[in-house]
Design a protein around this ligand. Sequence first.
Ligand SMILES: *[C@@H]1O[C@H](CO)[C@@H](O)[C@H](O)[C@H]1NC(C)=O
Ligand SMILES: *[C@@H]1O[C@H](CO)[C@@H](O)[C@H](O)[C@H]1NC(C)=O
Length: 376
Amino acid sequence: MLYLVFVLFELLFANAMYSSKALEGYTAGYLADCPGSNIPTPIDPKYLKYLTISVQQGRSFFSSRSTYSYYQIDELPKNPHVNFSQPSVMYIGGYMDHPSYLPGKVLGVLYKKLGYNVFLLNTNFFTVFDYPLAARNVRSIGKPVAEMLVSLTQYGLDPKTLSIVGLSLGGHTASFVAKNFKLLTGINISRITALDPSGPCFRNLGPEDRLDQSDADFVDVIETNIDEYGMAAPVGHVNFYVNGGEFQPGDVFWVPCTGLCSHIRSFTLWVAALNNPDSFIALKCDSVQDARDKKCYDRTPIVTNIVGLNTDRTREGVFYLSTDNNYPYFLKEKGLKKKYEFFNSHLSLNRRSGTKIFGEQLFESMFSKLYKIKLN
Ligand SMILES: *[C@@H]1O[C@H](CO)[C@@H](O)[C@H](O)[C@H]1NC(C)=O
Ligand SMILES: *[C@@H]1O[C@H](CO)[C@@H](O)[C@H](O)[C@H]1NC(C)=O
């Protein structure tokens, strides 16, 4: 039984033993098309009071925040915890997200510690509907949010020191904010970091209807679940396909990390990257297919890039990032060597000859932290 599971594993997660694309066709990706989803929804101005920005005021998980609606935005610069001589970041959450949920809490504290003004955009009111409608709504709130940012520029906010971090659906919300900011001012926001920007309802849309590298001076994308909740196209300047981009190794290694788990990994990985600068080193690939197939190890010349705030903006393209299965996930230089690739080394269990009882191998794996390299 277990053996069967592992054969499945091999088929699903490692390089396919043979290609059956001619029989199977190609994946369309989860909820690829949502007809009508690029038609903006009209937003009644009375609902803009629910469109708010919260200011992170301290460096602790329990720090207070002050919240300003669309109609109160001119009050925000008076907040003593805002100093526009410092860089600013705006976090935009995903489907049904809220600044007081875990992702906003964690990033709020982290960026505050890094010396940023931290703004947490609350899109909750507009995204708690069924997903395709939420995907339409974020298109419409791009303009009012951009107007809020334009107001802040009058008090000293410099778009060239402003980054937006968008998680999942928030990656596209960030795009619509940036597109509208550019329309209003003619100026690009400096950076958008998209954490597995959502694929459902966006996969087959063009650059004007989804996140695109033209939205900001620099767009970096962390791809962790490209055919399901995320999107496969390399829409940023720098695109990191983590472990091939689709499935991530399970934190408990024998429990597969499937769709949602892999999608959320983009967030935990970003947290790890902020906490461990220069620790995630990715390898440039010639194509997304090569990243999917983990075929970037032998590419010459070797070009690398760093995940996190120190990404080299001049090294654009598709990158493959190999990780460990446990937080903080980074492999540093080891990640550049194929033998440390998680699934490949994991599956070397199957290639070992002479062991009769599979459970014995599993046992050894569980208790030997070195299982990845030792079992060869
Ligand atoms: C704002 O930040 C700048 C640059 O870090 C610093 O020099 C200045 O003292 C700060 N202003 C206040 C009021 O804290
Ligand atoms: C905005 O950024 C895009 C992509 O980086 C770039 O092509 C474009 O020239 C920039 N526009 C402005 C007005 O700076």
